[in-house]
Design a protein around this ligand. Structure first.
Ligand SMILES: Nc1nc2c(ncn2[C@@H]2O[C@H](COP(=O)(O)OP(=O)(O)OP(=O)(O)O)[C@@H](O)[C@H]2O)c(=O)[nH]1
Length: 204
């Protein structure tokens, strides 16, 4: 069974925990403990395949150096959900920095880009919106990632779909990497056999 590791990133108070709890429990609680890092486990089925899902929800308040919070899951995760708050432009600018950082740290060349979903949360507060949906979509296109506006307070369906899409992309990427390793492993084995037996045949 494959293991898929996701990390939620974004400014403090954007609703990372609310989005995750919505996905895991279908509920919106309102207030979430925000003084610890949390790692959630869930068995999840995508396209009939069972997966072990781990989701890291970092604590934004733990460190004054946001860089530490960012570095921790950066090399660990198979996929990222970057959350901003549509009524807080600063959180959108920060989401851009995070996407940039992911690109710098996680461009794996031929293994393909790590899947990312940009999420504009608190859509229920759109009367106070500071970031248009178009801006969110454009930023996502620039970074070649998925995009969805949601309301953790009101929706379950859209959050469920975005997690499923991201998990599917992460699982496909891991499968491609495993296939590539197998292929390059069998190629070097063929080379070895050829070196040993090919040379012998010549000397006979
Ligand atoms: N109106 C509205 N409020 C939301 C929504 N999602 C989260 N909130 C509220 O926003 C506040 C912050 O939510 P959290 O889920 O704790 O945000 P967080 O990003 O995990 O916060 P930190 O862990 O401190 O970084 C809470 O008061 C939530 O109730 C939403 O979709 N709509």
């Amino acid at each position: 069974m494959s293991n898929i590791k996701l990390a939620l990133l974004g400014s403090e108070g954007t609703g990372k925990s609310a989005v995750l709890v919505r996905f895991l429990t279908k509920r919106f609680i309102g207030e979430y403990a925000s003084n610890t890092n949390s790692l959630y486990h869930k068995r999840f089925s995508v396209d009939g395949r069972q997966l072990n899902l781990e989701v890291f929800d970092p604590c934004s308040q733990q460190s004054t150096e946001s860089q530490c919070v960012l570095e921790e899951p950066m090399n660990w995760a198979d996929g990222f959900i970057v959350v901003y708050n549509i009524i807080d432009r600063t959180s959108f600018l920060n989401a851009n920095n995070i996407l940039q950082h992911i690109k710098e740290v996680r461009t794996d060349g031929c293994k393909g880009e790590v899947p990312v979903c940009l999420v504009g949360n608190k859509q229920d507060l759109c009367h106070a919106r500071q970031v248009s949906e178009e801006e969110g979509r454009t930023l996502a296109q620039e970074h070649r990632c998925l995009f969805q506006e949601v309301s953790a307070a009101e929706d379950h369906q859209e959050i469920s779909v975005l997690f499923t899409d991201l998990i599917r992309s992460a699982a496909e990427r891991l499968r491609r990497r495993t296939d590539m390793r197998r292929y390059s492993g069998s190629k070097s084995m063929a080379k070895l056999i050829n070196n040993v037996f090919g040379k012998r045949r010549k000397s006979v």
